[in-house]
Design a protein around this ligand. Sequence first.
Ligand SMILES: Nc1ncnc2c1ncn2[C@@H]1O[C@H](COP(=O)(O)OP(=O)(O)OP(=O)(O)O)[C@@H](O)[C@H]1O
Length: 381
Amino acid sequence: MMKITGFKSFVASAVGRQKNLGSINEYVLNMHQVKVDSKTRKNILTIDNFAVRPGELVAVLGPNGAGKSTMLRTINMLQPYRGQIQLFGQDASYANQTNLRRRSALVFQETLLLDDTVFNNVARVLQFRGVPKHQIKQRVYTALETFGCEHLAYRSARSLSGGEGKRVCIASGLVADSELLLLDEPSASLDVAIRPQIIEKIRQWAQDRGSAVILVSHNFTDILNFADRAIALFDGCIIQDDKLENLIRRPANQQIARLVGMDNIIPCKIKPGDRGYLIKLANSLEFFYPGELKTTITACCLSSDAFYLDHTNSSIPYQPGVVRLEGRVERILRGIGTDTIRFQLGEQILTAKLRRGYTSENIYRHGKIKLAFSPTDVHFV
Ligand SMILES: Nc1ncnc2c1ncn2[C@@H]1O[C@H](COP(=O)(O)OP(=O)(O)OP(=O)(O)O)[C@@H](O)[C@H]1O
């Protein structure tokens, strides 16, 4: 009787909390007002709201020490926290944590394997989840094969190289087909040639099984190949949570612009006019911007692929919708298909990416270069 009363009050309080956190099956993860402190430091993590739907592929970006690993550990209930975390519709503070852990998997940044064979390390994950014995061998081999380590099955985990160990950790993390995968730098210590394949295999594996993934990575190529959505974490707080494309093209501030590798971040001043704004860049270039802008803007971001070669006569100084400029070529970095041109404009060095055919014939180091861009390709922060 006591147990039933206890259960009823647990359900009632869980239902109360649920109102803050949305409907039960809509999300695999829902964080609300979550704070993590350590003994020596406050606010390692401060997440107001963050939710992940089944099957979503979310990347987490942030500089060293931003709180990315802490975030994954907190979601995996390895870190004390205040606030509300709901996993698979259940409040993580009150539900059976072992059951919740069986439905998610964390691949740590460090290679963590027990002193046993590779096969036994991976098989243990399935044993912990109560998978019938007769299924274990085949599932372990499928995971090992997918991540290119079936030949290591009976090697001691201690004898593996860094990259081999990492692949075995990925196989262990994915073998149970969990509904939520938390991956902390899965491609770190993998060689450059194999990295895109492994990331693609993780993506494919997750999509085939409808698993949601939260991927932490410093490697921007991994993120581009993997995620649909990305969050930028600074000082433990989510600064931007957006489609990956928006995060790259429309970063919320200069820090994120730098983090996503925005090539040209140019300080600017803006002056309101009749039909828009006059933009004065620090390198003395001025142009007219026809849209709405916030008055707090301090810089203009221009992706290197927004530039194109200006073949027109520069005696036509102004044409609506086009900004023209003349710079001095400092460096030409030859690439496949496109060349990267570093050029000086006023006091600043800017970067343009141009199609190879043009640059090899017409552009020389220390020569002049005439470029143009559209004001609508500029993003202001
Ligand atoms: N137990 C702890 N005590 C004190 N500070 C801690 C503790 N755990 C983490 N931190 C600090 O919290 C911050 C976030 O650490 P975390 O490992 O989550 O960062 P990260 O974004 O994963 O960094 P990296 O990209 O370098 O792996 C760091 O400044 C770290 O030093």
